[in-house]
Design a protein around this ligand. Sequence first.
Ligand SMILES: C[S@@+](CC[C@H](N)C(=O)[O-])C[C@H]1O[C@@H](n2cnc3c(N)ncnc32)[C@H](O)[C@@H]1O
Length: 226
Amino acid sequence: MGSVTFSIPLDLATALVEAAGLRYAVETGTYLGASALMLDELVDEVWSIELKPEILEQARANCYGRPTIHLVEGYSPEVLPALLQQVPGPALFWLDGHGGTFGANDTPSHIRECPVLEEIALIDDYAHAAGSVILVDDARAFFGPLLHHRPEDWPTFVQVAQALGPGRYVTVLDDVVVAVPSAMRPVVDAWWTGKLRERDGLDAHPYLISKLMDPEWVEDFKRVMG
Ligand SMILES: C[S@@+](CC[C@H](N)C(=O)[O-])C[C@H]1O[C@@H](n2cnc3c(N)ncnc32)[C@H](O)[C@@H]1O
């Protein structure tokens, strides 16, 4: 669900969909359908997988009247192979199917709390993997304990990055692991540069450099730091 920004970074998703000419989206972890509805605004058809029937029922109500959203019940590694055969071209993947939402220990014991490595392997087996874009939510959960109740069910960030590469540009921006075909790196970088500018990052950088070159400021700084 994302803890730095909420849900899908829509402006990044829009830039990637336009640059890659993507017409389809596949999501793991529907929850109440908010992200499926967002994806439906970007592409022609959306497939979204939800483990829990009682949650899916609410998502179905929220997505009522949207025939281009296909809600599928099940455990993502079991459902993806057949689902991906229906996806006729490269897709935007939003991988957000994991347990621990809102801190609850809510994953049945016979399945993985975070099967993202299995999901990536299955995506790589699908015909249009090379032209697809993969966004994995909750990047911080791969850096250390966050949503985990069964840490052994969560891969490390290095494992996620290795599974996504080679052949893709892989990075982490805000709380999202971003993996795009290598040629699309400029699209990702341009989006991030814009974000930094919005947040004063790029403007703050020359300001700090000017301060570090000012001997008086450096002396004051040393005094304050003891
Ligand atoms: C963080 S929420 C998804 C939020 C949603 N994508 C959004 O941005 O609004 C995670 C959801 O994934 C479901 N889930 C957990 N493991 C799953 C799996 N392996 N396959 C499909 N859904 C899963 C949970 O039941 C929960 O509803």
